[in-house]
Design a protein around this ligand. Sequence first.
Ligand SMILES: Nc1ncnc2c1ncn2[C@@H]1O[C@H](COP(=O)(O)OP(=O)(O)OP(=O)(O)O)[C@@H](O)[C@H]1O
Ligand SMILES: [Mg+2]
Length: 273
Amino acid sequence: MPSTSPYEGRILEITNATVYRGDTCVFDGLSFVLDEDRHTAILGPNGAGKSTILKLLAGEVHPVPKEDSTVRLFGEDRWNVWEVRKRLGIVSHDLQHQYMEQVSGLKVVLSGYYASIGTYGHQDFTYAQIVRAHTVMDDLGIGFLTDRRYADMSAGEQRRCLLARALVHGPSVLVLDEPTGGLDLTATFHYLDLMRTYMRKRRTILLVTHHIHEIPPEIKRVVLLKKGKILRDGEKGAVLTEAHLSELFDCPVALAEAHGWYQALPGNSGSQL
Ligand SMILES: Nc1ncnc2c1ncn2[C@@H]1O[C@H](COP(=O)(O)OP(=O)(O)OP(=O)(O)O)[C@@H](O)[C@H]1O
Ligand SMILES: [Mg+2]
């Protein structure tokens, strides 16, 4: 079914953005677009600027104002950050704030309605919101975490809880920052399965990672980001090559592929030992 939305399916359009974080110039003239239904992975080494792109999308960082520079979200140049966040479901490491430690699984999930930062005391939830939170937790197989303190959950359970938090308000775009980092094989496979299920429900996924193995077959577009510059942007098969990945990570990379999944291996196995 073609998109009928007024923004014609363009979720994010960054044009010629210069972005600082502290004293660091992360981007100088970055341009990047994300279209609805075109699941995208941004792949790059540590410090490339991947998480900063997500922060631009969430309105947490802003480019230096310039005449020829824009960040357009859902077709709007001027947008209310809270309205935008309602349309986004974001899972990132930054979410693992200390304030969550003492809070039950259910409350962590409910906080997704507020894209919360801070305490929970003054937040009210409707009966329908609470029912929906239980449903999302059950769907993700974490109904048993409803009353467990966040601090007492395993890393994989915390990740799934944060995914439920990102999904509870029914966002059209799911944004994931290294979702399977720290998970064991079973938990990784389960998480990837959940991602694939949600892609099939016509939610657009933007995945940010340096783990090639967490890019599911459904993600067809891959963007290679290095030191704040886009090296390659296009169809996965053309972008994920040994030559491109070796250039991206500044080391020889060999690539294995099976059933639409990729894995990176050392390109000079053992020769340096
Ligand atoms: N608050 C800050 N002050 C100064 N520099 C910062 C700040 N936050 C981030 N940076 C720098 O900005 C650059 C990009 O950071 P970013 O977090 O976007 O990288 P990344 O690609 O997500 O890396 P990783 O794979 O390690 O998560 C890095 O060099 C980082 O050190
Ligand atoms: Mg990051």
